[in-house]
Design a protein around this ligand. Structure first.
Ligand code: NAD
Length: 297
């Protein structure tokens, strides 16, 4: 069944996600502040609106994919927020990675207007967004997820329901905190091997089938030249930006402070990605954190 969808945020992730909804036969109207993103989405068959309020006119579903909490709260809340413009019974799906408290605040405001909302942050990166193989990590009630499921399936292949509003964001932060730590630890190990004269390709091949194997050794190896398709072999361009990882680790630290959880490795990793950002690599793939450990860098 074809659904009329408003899609706000057509960046590296939102653009290809909206394009996959068009491919699945849905009518998608998008909005983004960037002219470049708008042009790319238009070429993929997304109708373009002049504002978010215009995009939601006549839409049964509203999807957002924005950078951070402040953008999501800015879009939805307040007197000029989009919650004032959406029709009753609109289903809202926010796929951005934001603070769990922020997701709960927006879901509560939506609930007060009689609207249904789920948080559905994703894993799988830009490649997963393009291929339609994302993992959705969902917080919200069963009925809302049942309505969203066919659309999520047009953009991804795995859906995990973690609990009520905000639970998707908590689970996403847990995943990314572990990923940030593992990437930094892998980079540190490879740099140690290199400092002792080892061939980093051979070291990586061994680790990839041994007990330290991970996505960082097998798919997104941080050492240039080990895996030709990894961002590290393309000047760390593309992939998952260092500053997005830095944001997610900041959210993990905030979430730990709220509950008194102990996250010594997550806090150290946040500092490493902050140092990598200060060294001018904030816009590069997060695997460039390895440069902090390379003796010749
Ligand atoms: P991006 O910066 O490429 O895209 C965000 C887009 O939002 C931009 O095009 C920007 O112009 C637009 N935008 C900002 N405020 C807006 C507003 N008020 N109205 C309309 N458009 C607005 O970022 P991205 O890589 O697409 O990431 C989006 C989210 O997905 C982030 O929360 C990120 O943490 C998460 N995420 C990213 C990846 C990845 O690999 N890039 C993977 C998983 C999750």
């Amino acid at each position: 069944m074809s659904t009329t969808i408003a899609f706000i945020g057509l960046g590296n992730m939102g653009g290809p996600m909206a394009a996959n909804l068009v491919k699945a036969g849905h009518r998608v109207t998008g909005f983004d502040l960037s002219a470049e993103c708008v042009a790319r989405a238009k070429a993929a068959g997304v109708a373009i609106a002049a504002s978010a309020a215009e995009a939601v006119q006549g839409a049964a579903v509203l999807i957002s994919m924005l950078p951070a909490s402040r953008h999501v709260e800015g879009l939805y809340l307040g007197e000029t927020g989009i919650l004032q413009s959406v029709a009753p019974n609109t289903l809202i799906i926010d796929c951005s990675t934001i603070a769990p408290a922020s997701a709960q605040k927006v879901a509560q405001a939506a609930g007060q207007r009689g609207l249904t909302m789920i948080d559905a942050p994703v894993s799988g990166g830009t490649a997963g967004a393009q291929a339609g193989t994302l993992t959705f990590i969902v917080g919200g009630d069963d009925a809302a997820l049942a309505r969203a499921r066919p659309l999520l399936e047009a953009m991804g292949k795995n859906i995990f329901h973690m609990g009520t509003a905000g639970a998707g964001q908590v689970a996403k932060l847990c995943n990314n905190m572990a990923l940030g730590v593992i990437m930094a630890a892998t980079g540190e190990a490879l740099a140690l091997g290199k400092a002792h004269g080892l061939d980093v390709g051979a070291l990586s091949a061994m680790m990839a089938v041994s007990t330290s194997r991970s996505w960082a050794t097998e798919v997104c190896n941080p050492w240039p030249g080990v895996l030709p398709n990894a961002p590290s072999s393309k000047g760390y361009v593309g992939g998952f930006g260092n500053d997005l990882m830095l944001k997610d680790l900041g959210l993990a630290v905030e979430a730990a402070l709220q509950t008194g959880a102990t996250i010594p490795l997550g806090e150290s990793a946040r500092n490493l990605y902050a140092m990598n950002s200060s060294a001018g690599r904030g816009g590069l793939d997060f695997s460039s954190v390895v440069r902090l450990f390379q003796k010749d860098a």
